[in-house]
Design a binder for this molecule. Structure first.
Ligand SMILES: *Cc1c(COP(=O)(O)O)cnc(C)c1O
Length: 391
């Protein structure tokens, strides 16, 4: 298989090199306070060497053939291959016998972000880069810190001061160098890019580094392999839109290679207080950002990095976007815990809240996958809203 970068706006192609992040043409037209222009995605050319999926290998990723970094550079850490739950009681209570939970809390650092961090770490090793830099609301930071620790990389992270304490402590445990920014996630992104401009290092910023979206596509590949078919609908918690972009990309690869037919109905789920993609889909363009405000910190984003490309894909494939309130998120978090045994952080439980809200758009017997993107233990304070702690 041959891999290359392709601009999501003008289709121009580039070699995959460490200094290439955005399309040099389209990024010229970047406006302040708007999603990134000129985001690159990985294109692939060629044919599979044998049947796919090839089955378990000793690698942490059995899908290496579809990834643009050679297997020997992957650090030895078991990312992905997460369980697909068939939650009997939740199914019964929802009246939906074919709901599945894709449990990405089972990743080494507790979130789906490990899929991106793994590919970025492998790429850094391949190019003998020792420093990786990332801005994050918490999970991308703790993920890069943990996977970086396994890979022997030095990781520098920029987090907003609102970062949940557990994610901060987790990053420090892994040995990352942490800078807390007195501002928002968007401010932390700016600081991290100023840092890499001045000091070098590979940026793992979501969307900006094309390998983040490419790494996240493995969740779609696994869902297809585990079900033995395309799902009918997938609910995706959405902040920057990088997971959403990765889900589309994984299914697109399968379609391109002739392994699967049509794109499933993809539903992006946003918090009402952080709904830039929802608004852009309704209005046809991104308008002035509204400061993000939601209890679901992992989807709290004012200016979604990958917004332009996912609005295009939602439109192209007939996907949906729903917004839900913080109250609906907390209700869904408790419902998921109490009816399935899977304790998710608020952002991760938003996929269930999204299904409850968009119930009429999904037939009761549809094969429906809820992406559960991060563990509830990462933000205990948020979870106390729906339980009573005994004296
Ligand atoms: C990062 C994250 C999301 C949102 O992903 P985006 O790519 O920013 O849309 C959702 N849930 C969890 C747990 C996350 O860590």
């Amino acid at each position: 298989m041959e891999f290359f970068y392709r601009c999501t706006e003008c289709d121009r192609q580039f070699d995959i090199t460490p200094d290439r992040m955005l399309c040099p043409d389209c990024s010229q037209r970047q406006q302040p306070n708007r999603p990134l222009r000129g985001i690159l995605e990985v294109g692939l050319r060629g044919e599979l060497q044998g049947p796919w999926p090839a089955g378990a290998t000793t690698l942490s990723l059995p899908y290496a053939e579809l990834l643009p970094v050679e297997p020997r550079y992957f650090p030895a850490v078991p990312v992905g291959n997460t369980p697909l739950w068939e939650p009997a009681r939740l199914r019964e209570n929802l009246g939906r016998p074919k709901v599945f939970l894709k449990d990405d809390t089972a990743n080494p650092t507790g979130s789906l972000k490990d899929r991106a961090s793994l590919l970025v770490a492998a790429f850094a090793r391949r190019h003998e880069i020792t420093d990786v830099v990332v801005a994050s609301t918490g999970n991308a930071a703790s993920s890069m810190a943990g996977i970086g620790a396994a890979a022997g990389l030095s990781v520098k992270i920029f987090v907003p001061k609102s970062v949940p304490r557990a994610k901060l402590v987790q990053s420090l445990q892994y040995g990352a160098e942490v800078t807390v920014i007195d501002g928002t996630y968007d401010d932390a992104c700016r600081s991290s890019l100023e840092y890499t401009d001045a000091h070098g290092g590979l940026s793992r910023n979501t969307g900006y580094n094309p390998l983040t979206i490419e790494g996240k596509k493995t969740v779609a590949l696994e869902i297809f392999a585990q079900l033995g078919r395309m799902p009918d609908a997938v609910f995706v918690p959405t902040g920057d839109g990088a997971i959403l972009g990765g889900v589309f990309k994984g299914f697109e690869d399968l379609i391109q290679l002739g392994l699967a037919g049509a794109m499933p109905t993809i539903c992006a789920v946003q918090a009402e207080g952080s709904n830039a993609i929802y608004r852009a889909l309704a209005r046809g363009k991104f308008d002035d950002p509204i400061p993000a405000n939601t209890i679901a910190d992992s989807i709290s984003v004012g200016v979604p990095a990958n917004g332009r490309s996912v609005v295009k894909k939602l439109t192209q494939y007939g996907g949906h976007c729903v917004e839900i309130s913080d109250a609906e998120i907390l209700d869904a978090q408790h419902m998921l815990s109490a009816q399935s045994g899977l304790f998710a952080e608020p952002a991760a439980a938003s996929s269930l809240a999204g299904l409850l809200r968009a119930s009429d758009t999904v037939p009761q017997d549809a094969v429906t996958v809820l992406l559960i993107t991060g563990t509830g233990l990462k933000d205990i304070d948020a979870a106390t809203g729906r339980v009573r702690i005994p004296a």
